[in-house]
Design a protein around this ligand. Structure first.
Ligand SMILES: O=c1ccn([C@@H]2O[C@H](COP(=O)(O)OP(=O)(O)O[C@H]3O[C@H](CO)[C@@H](O)[C@H](O)[C@H]3O)[C@@H](O)[C@H]2O)c(=O)[nH]1
Ligand SMILES: [Mn+2]
Length: 739
């Protein structure tokens, strides 16, 4: 890559540009100290009310409110790191074409696709993801696609065997057509006009799809579908072969130098890898899978550039790798560019995104802010790395135990040669990593269930920087979870992973600020502290309401200047959030749902995440893991999702805080109204609490609907309503005694 860089320098070609949104930045920089002033005033008020508390009850209330506001203020302060220094970028792929004239000028690229469960992640979707990158506008012989199957599923392998055959037709078709939709499913479902060739290929695709879905329904690959050689491959799936316990399976499905498409052009390399699993050795979930792919790909192609994808995140733009090259090959950028993150974007999101699956702050707004410092965090998919970044800092190479796995090794043998395969099998075995630096100094980093967050963080600490590339046309599309429970479980997993980082020696405040500077340290601290949002949200969902029920005033009176401080702080935070959300293309309704889901995640996922991690550290429940989010489509559930109905349906403890809060808020609001109606001056004292409670009620509207009005499978199970009502009654009676 270095020679191309010097070439670019000589030609003076501009490959990218950056722009600082100065108006917004100036506003944010001025607004921050003003808001901070408001916070200081609030804390002055808190301290005085703490000192003046007269009873145990009022002391308890004051302390709770104080702690909640400390957490909120801390989250606000850390979030300012995203606002001080934003950068937007553009790239010019057309100029790159002037630089890279021949196929051999392009650097090779290894694409990693992870899948883990053929039932939650239908093999056909994984295949479509692979096909979407195999058809990149990039020299085919330079692309190698590695599929990691942690589910060790014969069905997934079968699907890929079919895909390898289909690719021979699909690739030349895409080249000729030059349409940007290269995921067959996306292509055929959108309207592309049709001619006889398109129809023919569509038939081929449908045939393949049906064949694959058929075996998935049966749960096995039938013998008569296979030819002799294929049968030998599937013979490895013996009776004792389970997802948790099985030997390594590596199958080269396409080899670029040997396999040609129907027009005679080379096909990309396509390799299926299911690493060895044993119940007795820990496999580190996705992180372990990625490290296996790092090693296996090193033995076969060892490309200097790596793209990581989840099984559902398909490419939506064939120009994407060239966009990444506009940075990797730019001689003006420093040598320490470690990765380029594209935003995660999603298809099939409901009209107003009821579960806030788009997570605009995480995937779009905040990365722009971090890009002005050392760069965005890694979000697990849609990220181009330089391979070298996995082997120590930019100026200090950390050599792996085998030279062949290092970034400087050049592979000269065929990827199907016995020698290469032997090595590939060796490095994919389950105890290969014992007594090596993998996961600690080499590769993706172990120690957190959010391997993406943690790995990106560690790379920046080692001296790498990253970039955020956010072209207009989405580079990738993934699936959003479409039921409330899967959203909550996903966030719970993230929460556990984030807490693991908070409580490790890599805490972003102590270790981070030192190694990556104040702003970046605060950004990472902001995420690491997500779980603590549960504290203020739970307090504000219950305390003012319960106090209202017992008629206790906990906020300043309406006419009090302190009430104005409260209102301004609330409006300031919410208003700024709304503007940012709209600015990146959000709508008011999506934003409303986003703030609601923030609360729901906080009272449920974050709370349960904290509990689970505590239980684990006490040794009570040591075996939590990576619960894979389902990407399989249940027709009925999807219908309800599209109608924007909250999906409950099952009795899950995760729902209890939400439903209980809904009931308490409603009861309290009604109780408050009665109190105000009955006694003349009461509203002055209770109005602020009525405001909080009313806000709670409006946010809970879908819950009331699910409790009472609905009759579909996704409604709240009556047992759950009963349980929550009892719990709410209990809380209310406690409140009347103690508050
Ligand atoms: O043991 C495992 C578990 C999961 N996966 C794969 O990991 C990916 C992400 O899993 P998913 O269930 O989709 O998790 P999400 O929470 O939706 O994913 C987000 O959060 C993860 C970190 O928790 C990141 O790894 C992902 O890239 C990011 O999109 C999927 O392709 C899985 O197949 C494995 O390969 N092995
Ligand atoms: Mn996912």
């Amino acid at each position: 890559m270095e020679d191309i860089k010097s070439h670019a320098a000589a030609g003076g070609l501009q490959l990218n540009s950056q722009h600082i949104p100065s108006l917004a930045t100036t506003f944010n920089r001025l607004f921050a100290p003003i808001y901070a002033g408001g916070l200081l005033a609030l804390f002055y008020y808190h301290v005085t009310s703490l000192l003046n508390s007269t009873s145990l009850g009022s002391f308890f209330i004051s302390v709770s409110l104080f702690i909640s506001d400390v957490v909120l203020a801390f989250m606000w302060a850390t979030a300012q790191s995203f606002r001080m220094n934003p950068v937007r970028r553009r790239e010019f792929p057309a100029n790159l074409k002037k630089l890279l004239k021949k196929d051999s000028d392009f650097p090779a690229m290894d694409v990693f696709i992870c899948t883990a469960d053929p039932y939650k992640e239908p093999p056909m979707n994984v295949v479509n993801t692979a096909l979407s990158v195999m058809t990149y506008d990039y020299p085919t012989s330079k692309i190698s696609v590695y599929v990691s199957d942690d589910g060790g599923s014969a069905m997934t392998l079968f699907a890929f065997m079919e895909a390898a055959r289909f690719a021979a037709t699909w690739l030349p078709f895409c080249r000729k057509n030059d349409d940007v939709d290269r995921n067959p499913d996306a292509f055929f479902t959108s309207n592309h006009g049709s001619n006889s060739e398109t129809e023919e290929i569509k038939m081929m695709y449908e045939k393949m799809r049906m064949k694959v879905e058929n075996i998935c329904e049966k749960g096995m690959v039938e013998d008569e579908l296979l030819n002799g050689e294929e049968r030998m491959t599937f013979d490895q799936w013996t009776i004792s072969f389970t997802p948790q316990n099985h030997p390594t399976v590596i199958k080269v499905l396409l080899e670029s130098t040997k396999n040609k498409d129907i027009s005679g052009e080379a096909l990309p390399n396509l390799i299926y890898v299911s690493r060895e699993k044993s119940v007795t050795s820990h496999h580190n979930f996705k992180t372990g899978a990625l490290n296996t792919l790092l090693r296996v790909s090193a033995t076969m192609t060892n490309a200097p550039i790596i793209l990581t994808l989840d099984c559902d995140t398909y490419s939506n733009d064939p120009q994407t790798p060239t966009r990444a090259l506009c940075y990797f090959l730019d001689p003006k950028l420093e040598k320490n560019l470690g990765y380029i993150q594209f935003p995660q974007r999603f298809r099939g999101v409901s009209k107003h995104d009821i579960y806030s699956g788009e997570l605009k702050h995480l995937f779009v707004i905040n990365p722009v802010g971090m890009d002005g410092s050392l760069g965005p965090n890694y979000v697990g998919a849609g990220c181009f790395f330089v391979r070298r970044a996995f082997f120590g800092g930019p100026y200090s190479l950390e050599a792996p135990e085998l030279f062949e796995l290092g970034p400087n090794h050049v592979v000269e043998m065929s990827i199907q040669s016995q020698e290469v395969l032997n090595l590939a099998y060796l490095v994919a075995s389950c105890d290969y990593e014992n007594n090596t630096k993998w996961g600690f100094k080499l590769g993706f980093k172990y120690g957190s269930l959010v391997e993406d967050y943690f790995t990106g963080y560690r790379l920046l600490s080692e001296g790498w920087r990253s970039l955020f590339c956010n072209p207009k046309r989405a580079a990738f599309y993934g699936d959003v979870p479409i039921t409330l429970l899967s959203v909550l479980n996903q966030t719970k997993r993230w929460c556990i992973g984030l807490l693991e980082v908070s409580f490790s020696k890599y805490n972003p405040i102590t270790y981070g600020v030192k190694s990556i500077g104040l702003l970046m340290g605060l950004s990472y601290a902001h995420y690491a502290s997500w779980p603590f949002w549960s504290i203020p949200v739970i307090v504000y969902s219950f305390l003012p309401q319960l106090a209202l029920i017992s008629g206790t005033q906990i906020f300043p009176k309406v006419w009090d200047a302190w009430f104005v401080v409260y209102i301004l702080l609330f409006l300031g935070a919410y208003g700024q959030d709304l503007v940012e959300f709209i600015y990146v293309g959000g709508t008011f309704k999506k934003w409303w749902n986003d703030q609601r889901m923030w609360m729901i995640r906080s009272v449920s996922s974050f709370l349960f995440g904290c509990i689970e991690l505590t239980l684990k550290s006490l040794g009570i429940n040591p075996n939590f893991g990576f619960n894979v989010t389902s990407k399989a489509m249940d027709e009925e559930q999807n219908k309800r999702y599209k109608q924007e109905l909250f999906e409950f349906g099952v009795f899950s403890p995760m729902f209890v805080p939400i439903t209980t809060a809904a009931i308490v808020n409603l009861a309290s609001f009604a109780g408050g109204l009665i109190k105000i109606w009955k006694s003349d001056g009461a509203w002055e004292h209770l109005f602020p609490q009525m405001l909080v409670t009313g806000f709670g009620v409006v946010n809970c509207l879908p819950v009331y609907g699910a409790m009472t009005l609905r009759n579909d499978e996704g409604k709240l199970p009556p047992e759950l309503t009963f349980f929550s009502v009892s719990l709410a009654l209990l809380l209310c009676s406690f409140a009347t005694f103690f508050l």
